[in-house]
Design a protein around this ligand. Structure first.
Ligand SMILES: [Zn+2]
Length: 258
């Protein structure tokens, strides 16, 4: 039996009542998308096809993590791009000048190669989802449960948890409304309004349910999306499955928080 069929059968056995089997894949458009990224999507593609052969309805979603922060300037890109470090990929200009943003430049290139292979997939752009307000209630939920999330993270760490750290822990990134960067520190959250300060000097106050410049941290963002999209399958690198790796942590977060 092909590995994809074995996985498809396992999914059906595990979730016998699903009307639609949502299978996911995703990449951060940090630079040119290479063949290793292609493996990620093709793995999901094989499982989707196997589910369909077994008579199941599927939804194949591909998530562009383009609301992630720009971490470093890749080789071949002008050094002046250092000024954008800390901003989301979706808010940075295209270094080649041909697309609406840095993210879009790499997204469109990869999407064209998928088309060439005839792979049909539903694209989800996380910058759009986050900015649309679709996730705001879950951001609020995560903020309300921030101490419990801290406890989950600490379960995977060898260091002792601290009450001070627990009280100061916020599972969100706030992009500054003035400079657009994530060089912010959360000052306070009262269950509705959040205040922050930025390295640029700006002090901001936001109503969480109305914010469009906040993002959950990766290990909370990923499980939140599993819940929102009702994902049953998503491949990942082995490193994610190490103790304390994102998959292990996210699995606990989705169980205990979402
Ligand atoms: Zn700022």
């Amino acid at each position: 039996m092909h590995w994809a069929e074995r996985i498809a059968r396992e999914l059906i056995e595990k979730y016998p009542d699903r009307e639609t089997y949502v299978c996911a894949s995703g990449i951060s458009p940090s630079g040119a998308v290479h063949i290793g990224n292609f493996r990620e999507i093709i793995t999901t593609y094989f499982v989707v096809k196997a589910l369909e052969r077994l008579g199941k309805k599927t939804r194949f979603i591909f998530s562009w993590d383009d609301f992630d922060r720009f971490r470093k300037v890749p080789k071949g890109i002008d050094r002046s791009y250092e000024q954008y470090i800390g901003m989301p990929y979706s808010e940075i200009p295209d270094p080649y000048g041909c697309h609406g943003s840095y993210a879009e430049h790499y997204e469109k290139g990869f999407e064209a190669s998928l088309d060439a292979f005839g792979i049909e997939v539903e694209m989800i752009y996380q910058s759009k989802e986050y900015k649309s307000g679709r996730y705001n209630e879950y951001i609020k939920h995560a903020l309300d449960c921030r101490c419990e999330i801290y406890d989950v993270l600490m379960d995977f760490k060898t260091q002792e948890p601290s009450q001070e750290e627990r009280k100061a822990y916020y599972p969100v990134t706030v992009y500054c409304e003035q400079c657009g960067k994530d060089l912010t520190v959360i000052r306070d959250y009262d269950g509705c309004v959040l205040s922050y300060g930025c390295a640029c000097g700006y002090e901001g106050v936001v109503t969480v349910l109305e914010a469009s410049h906040m993002k959950l941290v990766w290990k909370v963002d990923w499980p939140m999306r599993w819940m929102v999209e009702d994902v049953v399958f998503e491949p990942g690198g082995r490193d994610h499955s190490d103790v304390g790796g994102s998959y292990m942590v996210s699995k606990e977060v989705v169980k205990r928080i979402f």
